[in-house]
Design a protein around this ligand. Structure first.
Ligand SMILES: Cc1ncc(COP(=O)(O)O)c(C=O)c1O
Length: 367
């Protein structure tokens, strides 16, 4: 039995309704921003529970622009977590700032007990990541930020639909970035992203900056860039948004079955803590495994397509050499990098495939 990791061919097997919408868009010639983008922004804002949505070219751009909008500039430090995707740190650098890393905790999220000691006079913002679609501890982060007079920008790229006590991720910081990359919960046919905010000034700045700083076709108020979402993709995003709660629900169910099936291997498999107040959407379903590399190869030989997100933490990447970090600085992130394994748990994995995955993991450890 194959347990497939890619699922886009399944998700987009039936797309007549999207093509109908696209036909309508094409007939209008509204190919840069315009009503289809506005309609999506309103719909996404209602879904997340925010006043403003500024859609962008990518999730990375959403983070860069959000950081700029809260005032990050050359010489500023921005605190983020060592175990994330490259863009969390890359966006800080692209905004002109310097990433300052903090270790992760047993939930694989930024360790909030380590944030305060990373704050310096140069700290402008904290960029917590809802890594894997699992919420970071926003209550504590907001409290630290307030006490120290610094801004919070959420990297909510993998976390459309994730919540803390019923409040959606992306609504806690001054501005937050989402990704619509094909492997994210709200995915489009290419790259896309959005910034969300309740702050009118941030919205005003970003709407201009994203579109060359143009107030109208003949005037610019500031030097900006073009980071507009493609209307074609806004149309796709609008349709996928209708199904995101359902697909997140299936992922949550799959994660639960996997968790339950792995609990009887406490000497071999460690599951992240999952406190009730956090609703995770499992963009990635990640466990910690003893003899990880052997297990990975074994499962792959059984056609279970698992992977590692990621084997090298950000502070040990070549790109980070100039930041002066060394092995040993973030022991939890480093240990996890050697032990983590992502199992397929997406919305097109069925119970039979989950049972097969569990059976093979047991076979590997118990023979
Ligand atoms: C945590 C995180 N931040 C940022 C990004 C960047 O998003 P994008 O690929 O849309 O630029 C991603 C995903 O790719 C991500 O997982």
């Amino acid at each position: 039995m194959r347990v497939n990791y890619p699922y886009l061919h399944q998700q987009f097997a039936e797309v007549d309704h999207i093509f109908n919408d696209l036909r309508e868009l094409v007939s209008t010639g509204e190919f840069t921003l315009g009503p289809y983008v506005e309609k999506f922004e309103k719909k996404f804002g209602d879904y997340i529970g925010v006043k403003h949505v500024i859609s962008t070219n990518t999730g990375t751009d959403a983070l860069i622009l959000a950081l700029k909008a809260v005032g990050v500039k050359a010489g500023d430090e921005v605190i983020t977590v060592a175990n994330s995707f490259y863009a969390s740190a890359g966006a800080i650098v692209a905004a002109g700032g310097t990433p300052v890393f903090v270790d992760c905790d047993k939930r694989m999220q930024i360790d909030v007990t380590k944030i305060e000691s990373a704050i310096t006079k140069k700290t402008r913002a904290i960029l917590p990541v809802h890594w894997m679609g699992v919420p970071a501890d926003m209550d504590t982060i907001l409290e630290i930020a307030k006490r120290n007079g610094i801004e919070v920008v959420e990297d909510a790229c993998p976390a459309v639909g994730a919540e803390i006590n019923g409040k959606r991720c992306g609504t806690f910081g001054k501005a937050s970035g989402f990704s619509f990359h094909p492997l994210k919960p709200l995915n489009v046919w290419g790259d896309g992203g959005a910034i969300v905010t309740n702050d009118d000034k941030v919205d005003e700045y970003l709407r201009l900056y994203r579109n060359h700083g143009m107030t109208d076709r003949d005037h610019i108020e500031m030097w900006g860039i073009n980071s507009r979402i493609q209307p074609i993709l806004a149309v796709v995003a609008s349709r996928v948004l209708d199904t995101v709660d359902h697909s997140n629900g299936v992922r949550i169910r799959n994660a639960k079955i996997l968790d339950e099936g792995l609990r009887d291997l406490p000497d071999s498999i460690e599951l992240p803590d999952r406190p009730d107040k956090y609703k995770s959407v499992y963009q990635l379903y990640v466990i910690r495994a003893r003899r990880r590399d052997e297990l990975l190869n074994f499962l792959r030989s059984k056609e279970i397509e698992c992977c590692i997100h990621y084997p090298v933490p950000l502070h040990l990447q070549k790109a980070a050499e100039n930041l002066g970090y060394k092995r040993g600085d973030f022991p939890e992130s480093e240990k996890q990098a050697d032990e983590i394994l992502t199992l397929p748990a997406h919305q097109y994995i069925n119970e039979e495939q989950i049972e097969y995955t569990l059976e093979q993991v047991h076979k590997f450890y118990k023979g």
